[in-house]
Design a protein around this ligand. Structure first.
Ligand SMILES: [Mg+2]
Length: 238
């Protein structure tokens, strides 16, 4: 089977891994929403960790949920006038950590020139509009044919239905699609279980987010840009 689509994970793949303190990120929200609530940032961070643990324990079957799940769990009133500015402050606090890998744009451009379809599948709590703003800021948006965010679907990686959704969205088929990701379990194992080939970009320091699993990626790349030669080699021998 030939290759006609390449689907990317986002965090740690199109965007390099950063070690992030969740409480610090949520502090930007808490300061704007209610500066007198000194435990709010810690409660928001703990609720987020809880959602990620649930996603892992259910193997993606229960999805990731959305930021609203966190706000509701912490007693935040999302209809309050302070919520909008607080949410913007929170997302802005992430800006330095969401910049695209320098290889990302030239890679997507080259894949597009080769006639390949390009997709994104991200386990994320964030809304689509924020991801799209990040992709536009970094010049990636014009090259992405379809993106699936777990915040919009009932499942998450490594669940097979998440991969099926993005493969369908780019108009491909699992055996013609390649997945590129930084996580052995969510990305490589999940994509292979769904019938796709998987390329591992192994530079993320997953720490306690790592799942203990032995995987055999179809390829491992030293840098994101190397995905191009791997994909073209597969396509050209098919
Ligand atoms: Mg990732």
């Amino acid at each position: 089977m030939t290759v006609d689509a390449v689907i990317f994970d986002w965090g740690g793949t199109l965007t390099p891994w950063h070690d992030i303190g969740l409480v610090e990120q949520w502090s930007a929200y808490a300061r704007a929403y209610d500066p007198s609530d000194h435990s709010l940032a810690e409660r928001l961070a703990a609720a987020e960790v809880g959602l990620w643990r649930e996603q892992q324990a259910s193997r993606g079957a229960n999805g990731t949920g959305t930021l609203d799940h966190i706000f509701i769990a912490c007693g935040v009133d999302t209809t309050d006038v302070r919520h909008g500015p607080a949410l913007r402050a929170y997302l802005q606090a992430w800006d330095p950590h969401t910049l695209a890998d320098p290889d990302a744009r030239p890679l997507l451009e080259a894949l597009r020139e080769e006639g390949l379809r390009i997709g994104v599948l991200s386990n994320t709590l964030w809304p689509r509009w924020h991801h799209e703003a990040v992709f536009s800021r970094d010049g990636l948006a014009p090259f992405i044919d379809a993106a699936i965010y777990s915040s919009e679907i009932p499942v998450a990686k490594p669940h097979r239905e998440a991969f099926r959704a993005v493969v369908a969205a780019v108009g491909s088929h699992a055996d013609r699609a390649v997945f590129v990701g930084d996580r052995p379990w969510d990305d490589v194992h999940g994509a292979q279980e769904a019938g796709m080939r998987a390329i591992l970009v192994p530079h993320s320091r997953l720490g306690d987010q790592a799942v203990d699993i032995e995987v055999s990626p179809d390829a491992v790349v030293d840098r994101l840009g190397d995905v191009l030669s791997v994909v073209l080699a597969w396509r050209d021998v098919s």
